[in-house]
Design a protein around this ligand. Structure first.
Ligand SMILES: *Cc1c(COP(=O)(O)O)cnc(C)c1O
Length: 356
């Protein structure tokens, strides 16, 4: 037996999720926060055109996409680093800061990838419990020690959909030492309608220790192609560009992301429709008697405790796949109106069977 890193024994083996299909054949995937819409015709065309060139390596520096992202955001190109999904960039950040003995602080429960990436990179995870389903920024600042190298703030938070507002976020950034990298994971930024939630891009300009993560996977509907980006000042952005695997962002992803920025108006109309459905789903659940935290993302969170898996099974009967976290709750993505109706109906049946 070759000697492998012992930490690998601690990591879960990936088990492919079974497709959830109802007896009548209906199937709704509300488990991964994907866009319910397929690619726009113009994006498909860009992918098809790029397909004719796949015998060539992609541009390793993503020059055109970097220009397009920088122009769109109004930031210098040197502040942008592209990656094969923002999870990959998060992994690069762990590699960037992860010396032996380093601690990384994040809220819990938050994005499932954080503990995995922390374990893989060899840093020590410091998990700060959510308060009222929301990042407890005061407790997170208090958890920073001289060994802390990075703090991750997921805003809105996956899986609860909750947000942190400007004043508390600025107070938190002021409290964290300048040599600790603070990563604002804004995978769901496009879905935020609460005006009190600051755009991370307004927070990083005068703070060299702040980085913003964004993705084309969710609002832009390119989850299958793997492309996301970081915005930070030059030293951090440059470190991330150094830690990339060569040619990480493939040529189809680069072309599709450029085309998506060109078609942004149409894509953001779709986001608007998801936001409207989000309100309808949340109100439907509240009407059924559920307690649902306000959500600024494209999903809702149901705190079900010990009944979580039972709830997921009930949803599966109606062909609705949700994301259960055993003993805690279920995250349910906002999908098409038909999918959302199927979910609301399953949730109503579950409540009827479990109350009164
Ligand atoms: C979905 C998600 C991402 C995006 O991951 P990609 O690798 O870009 O697909 C990043 N952060 C959070 C919190 C997410 O939920």
């Amino acid at each position: 037996m070759p000697r492998l890193r012992p930490i690998l024994d601690e990591l879960p083996v990936y088990r492919p999720g079974k497709a959830v299909v109802a007896a009548d054949g209906r199937s709704f995937k509300l488990s991964s926060n994907e866009s319910p819409y397929g690619p726009l015709p113009s994006v498909r065309e860009a992918i098809a055109a790029a397909a004719g060139e796949v015998h060539r390596y992609p541009d390793p520096a993503c020059v055109r996409l970097t220009e397009a992202v920088a122009r769109r955001l109004g930031v210098p190109q040197e502040h942008v680093a592209l990656g094969a999904g923002s999870v990959t960039i998060a992994q690069q950040l762990f590699e960037t800061v992860g010396e032996p003995g380093a601690e990384v602080v994040y809220a819990w429960r938050s994005f499932e990838a954080y503990p995995l990436l922390a374990d893989l990179s060899g840093v020590t995870s410091v998990r700060v419990p959510l308060a009222a389903e929301t990042h407890d920024l005061a407790a997170m600042a208090a958890a920073v020690t001289p060994r802390t190298r990075m703090v991750l703030v997921c805003n809105p938070n996956n899986p609860t959909g909750t947000v942190n507002h400007g004043a508390e976020l600025r107070g938190f950034l002021d409290a964290v030492p300048e040599d600790v990298l603070v990563v604002l994971d804004e995978a769901y930024r496009e879905y935020v309608r609460d005006p009190g939630v600051p755009d991370g891009l307004t927070l990083y300009a005068d703070r060299p220790n702040v980085a913003v993560l964004r993705t084309f996977s969710k609002a832009y509907g390119l989850a299958g192609l793997r492309v996301g980006y970081l915005v930070a000042q030059e030293p951090v952005a440059s470190a991330v560009r150094k830690t990339t695997v060569p040619f990480a962002v493939n040529s189809l992803a680069q072309a599709a992301a450029i085309a998506s920025l060109e078609a942004e108006g149409e894509l953001l109309e779709r986001v608007e429709a998801v936001v409207a459905e989000r309100a309808r789903v949340r109100e439907g659940l509240l009407g059924q008697g559920w307690e649902i935290p306000p959500t600024e993302a494209n999903f809702v969170w149901l705190r079900l405790g010990g009944r979580t898996l039972e709830f997921a099974e009930r949803c599966a009967v109606d062909g609705v796949a949700v994301r259960p976290f055993a003993g805690e709750g279920a995250r349910v993505s906002i999908g098409s109106p038909e999918a959302n109706d199927a979910f609301l109906s399953a949730a109503a049946d579950f409540r009827a069977a479990n109350t009164g």
